[in-house]
Ligand binder design. Sequence first.
Ligand code: TRP
Length: 336
Amino acid sequence: MSKQRVLTGITTTGTPHLGNYVGAIRPAIQASQSANVQSFYFLADFHALIKCQDPDLVHQSTREIAATWLALGLDTDNAIFYRQSDVPEIPELCWMLTCMAAKGLMNRAHAYKASVDANLAAGEDPDFGITMGLYSYPILMAADILMFNANKVPVGRDQIQHIEMARDIAARFNHHYGEHFVLPEAQVDDNVNAVLQGLDGRKMSKSYGNTIPLFLPEKQLKKSINKILTNLLEPGQAKDPDTSPVFQIWQAFATPEQSAQMRQQFAEGIAWGEAKRQLFELINGQLGEAREKYESLLANPAHIEEVLQKGAAKARAYSQPLLDKVREAVGIRKIK
Ligand code: TRP
């Protein structure tokens, strides 16, 4: 039996933070070590253009995210790790899917709808500032997934709708042109620790400006951890771990024993400063080595590029034959 295919994309905007690590990168790297799945991980740089029109930022983020995954030990012999824009079959498939995707389906996409709602609330034209990139975003995502006939797509809850749209588009294509695509399923991590809290206790997210970047230099990591929201309870006063982002972040890095110990220390009234010092030690201990690798990878961008090129060649060994069949199926053929 052929291996299950697991695929996920990382939009290359921004610098990876602890929330990305805990929620997506760490589980993906673990999963990639399993012998009975074939994993595909890619840098979604075409998707980045939807959100970010600053070329230097797109480029910098692509480099940083690639270095991050490599530094954290992604096994690129086992997992196929590539950049979306290195696989020209993806945008080509995207067009074919666009011609099968119902406009009404795209009208319901929540990222687009949120922008329309914001415009209406501001008294603007509903389409103000909305590009076709944003509107068609789910179709490009469907192409990413269907191109490799992925079975499972690990994503955050906010992306479930997009996977359902990919299924919809695939089913319509299959119905019209014959069975070419596997219908993918979203895989959502329901572990409470999969969603990390940020400095202010809300979900850690770039859009809230409450993140702790993953590879901050030691001193800055310490400073950033010191900014995590606490309350006015003094040393010696018992503290509630279950409402504390300090404890929640601790749990995401600690063993169950370490979590039990920290819970005990909260009950005994550990000082916030001390809890944060221990949190810094824990995180720094787990990321210190990877941070060094990260720095040395960034100092050698040619190596990163080479790894991505090898990944693209492996990815295209899948995408080229499938696209050939799809072209044939839709009637894009040599004249003869
Ligand atoms: N849209 C996804 C996000 O913002 C990233 C992404 C692009 C993706 N293509 C994908 C995720 C394909 C899974 C599969 O998180």
